[in-house]
Design a protein around this ligand. Structure first.
Ligand code: DAH
Length: 344
């Protein structure tokens, strides 16, 4: 029996030594140490042994088991280490390889300009509001003192959807909507950026769709000088502290008096050059004091409340600020044009 055990040990150790995979090792473990294995069988036959022999063989059997288990464990560690080594070798990363550049987008120039305008007016206490692009004839025209048949409607050729619905031709309807919402009961101080639509033939300075930012401030005792102060701050912050503004009389049905605002030419500072066509000034926006009839239609008492309003085109502002020479660049979206204005 002793020889049988020693033989089994030698045999198992030999196989463990030759094993090439973890699966081989597991098979050997089951074959020699399992319940149905030869060592268990030897132990089962111990009943036939004498009293003296029994503990000797018992001890030997345990030692053989331990020796086999230890050999299997050692070999298992070795195989696992080898496997890991192989895996690491295969997965080596060459850190000297150049990376693949990731293309990063950025906001559209117009988006940046609109955000800049918003920040600037928020800084002066204005709230940002929005209105629908499909507008009623009432808000787009009538509530702004442009009744049906008014000749000034010709200034804004329109895309009509039905008799009463059209694509808004300006952001001014948001004035009427906001005042209407406030029911003549409290001051309004808002700007409204958004898309507008006109039946125009596209060229370098005209587009059938463009953006506007409307401004409106209605309160007790709002004056023309407030309008001038706010627009002066806007112009200096947007174009540079060295720029001057001037207001010229103009006409809009929704303001009285109405003005057009110019800024001094950045090239000649008012002297007159080819950029400003010799005038020294560049037209930027329209505005004025809200017409009493517009206030009344929205429910404001024009004896108590006064207000100013203005409307500007972010495309025009971007064109002047960055020297863009064609309004179509804003919607043809050539990335070579757009990426020049991505801030790092
Ligand atoms: N709505 C005018 C336009 O599209 C721009 C404008 C002028 C807006 C004067 C105003 C304003 O609020 O007071 O041409």
């Amino acid at each position: 029996m002793k020889e049988r055990l020693e033989e089994l040990q030698a045999e198992a150790l030999g196989k463990a030594e030759k094993a090439e995979t973890l699966k081989d090792l597991q098979d050997i473990r089951v074959a020699y140490l399992g319940k149905k294995g030869p060592i268990t069988e030897v132990l089962r036959g111990m009943g036939k042994l004498s009293k003296e022999e029994r503990p000797v063989i018992g001890e030997l059997a345990n030692k053989v088991r331990e020796a086999i288990a230890e050999a299997l464990d050692t070999k298992k560690d070795k195989l696992e280490a080898e496997e890991l080594e192989k895996k690491l070798e295969q997965e080596t990363i060459d850190v000297t390889l150049p990376g693949r550049p990731v293309k990063v987008g950025g906001p559209h120039l117009l988006t940046s300009i609109v955000e800049e305008i918003e920040d600037l007016f928020i800084g002066m206490g204005f709230e940002v509001r929005e209105g629908p692009e499909v507008e009623t004839d009432y808000y787009n025209f009538e509530a702004l003192n442009l009744p049906k048949g008014h000749p000034a409607r010709d200034m804004q050729d329109s895309f009509y959807i039905t008799e009463e619905l059209l694509m808004r031709t300006h952001t001014s309807p948001v004035q009427a909507r906001t005042m209407g919402e406030f029911k003549g009961a409290k001051p309004v101080k808002m700007i409204c950026p958004g898309k507008v639509y006109r039946r125009d033939t596209d060229d370098a300075t005209h587009s059938h769709q463009f953006t506007q930012v409307e401004g409106l401030y209605v309160d007790k005792d709002v004056r023309m000088s407030d309008l001038k102060g706010v627009l002066n701050r806007f112009a200096k912050q947007m174009f540079g502290e060295d720029r001057e503004i001037r207001l010229r009389p103009s006409f809009f049905p929704f303001t009285e008096p109405s003005v057009e605002m110019d800024i001094s030419c950045k090239v000649c500072h008012g002297e007159g050059c080819s950029v400003c066509k010799g005038t020294g000034w560049i037209e930027i926006l329209g505005g004025g004091m809200v017409h009493p009839r517009v206030l009344e239609m929205a429910g404001y008492d024009s004896e108590q409340y006064t207000g100013f309003a203005f409307g500007m085109g972010p495309e025009r502002i971007a064109m002047l600020k960055y020297g863009v020479d064609d309004i179509r660049h804003f919607y043809t979206n050539d990335v070579r044009f757009l990426k020049q204005y991505h801030k790092a």
